[in-house]
Ligand binder design. Structure first.
Ligand code: NAI
Ligand code: A1CAB
Length: 276
């Protein structure tokens, strides 16, 4: 039976996933988003798009890529997603597997956190499946998630919150640092284009070096810090200013927000159960 990925939401993350999939020739895709302007790029490519979902095939794989804050309204306004027998993959930050199961009346849920480099088939997704997802559906989920990059499965759902900070948010943290590097170049007199080209090649080269040599990250750092030379002055300043600690704190705050988003829904669901 043919499997179609039905993608709900093509904002920044959903469109990155759709573009990544299309780049590899995977067009078994249907896209639903109430914002008509978000759909135009994809309908122009011949992809089936709709502003609302009225029906689904039992074998469809659903991917939920709307903001977590609208998931409650989505679940009450979209009856066709209820009791879906196939696979439901969420990319929403925070929302727990049990909440999705409860709100959609479905069992086979994969909670995942991808990232925006999926757009160029360099995505990284961390995911966790519900106990009802057997080997066949698990393989299907992995195939979907690897159609726009790499995927790593974790068995403990609690790890998805820190993974949301590290993997989902990671491109923002790296881009923030890259912006500071580029700004230094510009302030020092390089053209914007030259500063950007250097920054891009730094990120690419450093990541290739890490991946190819397998050296520990800090070894790579130490190998650049020639004793008595220039780089150690910069790294010592990072140490004095506690930059490493600041980064750890920043990611902890992101992770805590993921937990908080999930808890808000879990609590409102349990209040609803008590009121029933
Ligand atoms: N932006 C990122 O890098 C990442 C985002 N995520 C998750 O992806 C989801 C989307 O995030 P973004 O794309 O950044 O948000 P966004 O605000 O860019 O896009 C959200 C999209 O969802 C659509 N939408 C709203 N209500 C909908 C409904 N009822 N049905 C279908 N679509 C609906 C909106 O029209 C919009 O196109 C969130 O749950 C977020 O936690 C996960 C990992 C990374
Ligand atoms: O900031 C957010 O909430 C989403 C989830 C991970 C990356 N972006």
């Amino acid at each position: 039976m043919k499997t179609t990925l039905v993608l709900f939401g093509v904002g920044h993350m959903g469109s990155a996933i759709a573009r990544g999939m299309l780049q590899t020739g995977n067009t078994d895709l249907r896209i639903i988003d109430p914002d008509l302007s978000a759909l135009q790029e994809f309908s122009a490519l011949g992809i089936r798009t709709d502003t609302a979902c009225l029906s689904l095939a039992p074998n469809d794989v659903l991917m939920l890529a709307m903001p977590p804050q609208v998931f409650g309204a989505f679940s009450s306004d979209t009856p066709c997603v209820h009791h879906h027998q196939g696979l439901v993959i969420s990319v929403m930050a925070g929302i727990r597997i049990s909440s999705i199961q409860q709100m959609l009346g479905t069992q086979n849920v994969v909670r995942s956190i991808p990232n925006t480099p999926s757009e160029v088939f360099e995505g990284m997704t961390v995911y966790c499946r519900s106990s009802s997802v057997g080997e066949n559906l698990a393989r299907k989920a992995r195939d979907v998630l690897e159609s726009f990059g790499r995927a790593v499965e974790v068995s403990d759902e609690a790890l998805i919150d820190p993974a949301t900070a590290l993997c989902g948010g990671g491109p923002a943290f790296v881009a923030y640092f890259a912006d500071a590097l580029q700004e230094f170049g510009i302030k020092a007199g390089l053209s914007k284009d030259a500063a950007l080209a250097i920054t891009i090649q730094l990120l690419r080269g450093t990541s290739a070096l890490l991946a190819t040599t397998g050296k520990p990250v800090m070894q790579l750092c130490r190998e650049v810090m020639t004793p008595g030379g220039t780089t150690e002055r910069g790294i010592w300043h990072f140490d004095d200013e506690g930059v490493g600690r600041t980064v750890l704190d920043a990611l902890s705050k992101s992770s805590a927000r993921s937990r908080e988003l999930g808890l808000a829904i879990t609590e409102s669901l349990s209040q609803f159960e008590v009121a029933k």
